[in-house]
Design a protein around this ligand. Structure first.
Ligand SMILES: *[C@@H]1O[C@H](CO)[C@@H](O)[C@H](O)[C@H]1NC(C)=O
Ligand SMILES: *[C@@H]1O[C@H](CO)[C@@H](O)[C@H](O)[C@H]1NC(C)=O
Ligand SMILES: *[C@@H]1O[C@H](CO)[C@@H](O)[C@H](O)[C@H]1NC(C)=O
Length: 423
């Protein structure tokens, strides 16, 4: 009698990540599983028949049919199991996991937020979609406990004072975050000034959120080196912040008016990556150019500070695709914040995204980009050259980093590059 036995994953057929790495292999696997079983089924059903009496035969046929259906059910179950195994292997190979809503201890609000909603009138003819899906970063799976904590609150009540938890999630790649149905903590914005006075007028510490931060005042922040691009950058009155972009400290510092002149009057909107306290946008605003400043709140209330100056902060990590359409910006400005580390491909993805949002003829201003080593320098130069930008300015210079206190000179690149027309 044809006995059918499928042994997938228990030793008969063992796969490992290295050898099984393409969907083609998966499909081939599934195909062979299917054909093997179909042959077995065929052998089973076409077993030689003995002709005894009619009743016995009928009884036997009946028995055999139920045997067959049992076998078929077994085969189907085993195919199902192997399909699931293959899907799991594929996920592991891609490093991709999706949020499992059936897991225990998941916050109720998270489940509700992620539920799909069918469109009431069926498929929408313009967009072709049939359901509304709420989005959340797939890497949230890795921080699902923290995410559940973030999504635990009283509906319509005050949110926990937890913006730093949100930022922690974003930094772990859980971006975008789910929406919440609670009221975020609000701070009275007393004493903000009208535009354009707001660009340079110091405001009270009280209008910022300091929870989860080491410093609790702007004075404290100004005594700390926040980053290469923000040294005392919250001191708008006395420090060097008000000199930036209008006075050069070295040949690596280009002046805003010179760069605008390179744009032949076509620079109206721009994007500043890792823009510190928003001074680049402020200087641009004085020249009627609208600049959006991309920043997170690492160790300081950057977003609120920029907003208090009457400028537009964008709270987004550099791992996130820029939420802008193709070819929209006249100018993209970036400093050392562009150095995101990791594999060279990581910087490549970022550079292609910058290229995407910049219009043909638009300017990419690389401002005092710090080279950690020669390899980094070659890598970046090669990458920039691949884009075919016109080098309007290109200055590699050394500078003693006084703030670092080491007295060692460091190498920086400043460049203004013009995006070509590609057809
Ligand atoms: C049913 O199976 C038995 C063996 O289990 C076999 O002897 C018999 O011929 C089969 N009957 C039919 C109708 O296929
Ligand atoms: C700037 O300096 C003046 C005079 O030294 C001082 O009164 C003022 O508080 C300082 N402003 C800031 C923001 O540090
Ligand atoms: C900016 O725009 C205002 C209003 O249109 C105008 O008065 C001012 O001269 C402009 N400034 C510059 C630097 O172009």
């Amino acid at each position: 009698m044809g006995s059918v036995s499928l042994k997938i994953g228990d030793g008969t057929a063992r796969f490992n990540r290295a050898t099984l790495c393409s969907s083609a292999v998966n499909i081939l696997m599934l195909f062979s599983v299917l054909t093997t079983n179909l042959f077995a089924l065929y052998a089973f059903t076409s077993a030689p028949k003995d002709h005894h009496d009619q009743n016995h035969l009928l009884h036997n046929t009946h028995k055999n049919i139920s045997l067959i259906s049992e076998q078929v059910a077994l085969i189907l179950r085993q195919i199902d199991v192997s399909q699931k195994k293959l899907a799991k292997m594929e996920k592991e190979i891609l490093g991709y996991e999706s949020l499992d809503l059936s897991r225990p201890n998941l916050a109720k609000e998270l489940e509700l937020f992620l539920q799909h909603h069918q469109l009431p009138l069926g498929k929408d003819s313009r967009t072709g979609i049939t359901e509304m899906v709420a989005s959340v970063g797939h890497s949230c799976e890795k921080s699902v406990d923290l995410l559940s904590q973030y999504m635990t609150y009283k509906v319509s009540g005050p949110c926990p004072d937890d913006w730093s938890v949100a930022q922690k999630l974003i930094l772990r790649g859980c971006e975008p975050l789910p929406r919440r149905r609670c009221f975020a903590k609000s701070v009275p914005k007393v004493g903000i000034f009208p535009f354009p006075i707001s660009l340079w007028k110091p405001v009270s510490d009280k209008i910022f959120t300091w929870s989860g931060l080491g410093c609790k005042s702007l004075g404290c922040l100004n005594n700390k080196k926040m980053s290469r691009d923000c040294v005392g950058c919250f001191d708008l009155a006395n420090g060097s912040e008000n000199q930036r972009f209008v006075k050069a400290r070295s040949k690596n510092d280009f002046l805003i008016d010179d760069v605008l002149a390179l744009g032949n009057g076509g620079i109206r909107i721009g994007f500043d990556i890792g823009g510190g306290s928003g001074t680049f946008a402020a200087r641009m605003a004085e020249r009627n150019v609208t600049v959006i400043t991309n920043t997170l709140n690492i160790d300081a209330p950057f977003s609120e500070f920029i907003a208090a100056r009457g400028l537009f902060p964008l709270f987004l990590s550099l791992d996130h695709r820029f939420p802008f359409y193709d070819n929209v910006f006249d100018l993209v400005h970036a400093a050392s914040g562009l150095d995101i580390g990791g594999k060279p491909e990581k910087l490549e993805f970022l550079m292609f995204d910058i290229d995407r949002i910049l219009r043909a003829g638009g300017l990419f201003w690389l401002d005092n980009f710090y080279y950690a080593n020669d390899e980094k320098k070659r890598e970046l130069t090669r990458l920039i050259e691949r884009f075919g930008y016109k080098k309007l300015k290109w200055v590699v210079g050394e500078r003693v980093d006084a703030a670092a206190g080491s007295g060692k000179s460091e190498v920086y690149l400043s460049a203004v590059l013009q995006k070509p027309v590609r057809v």
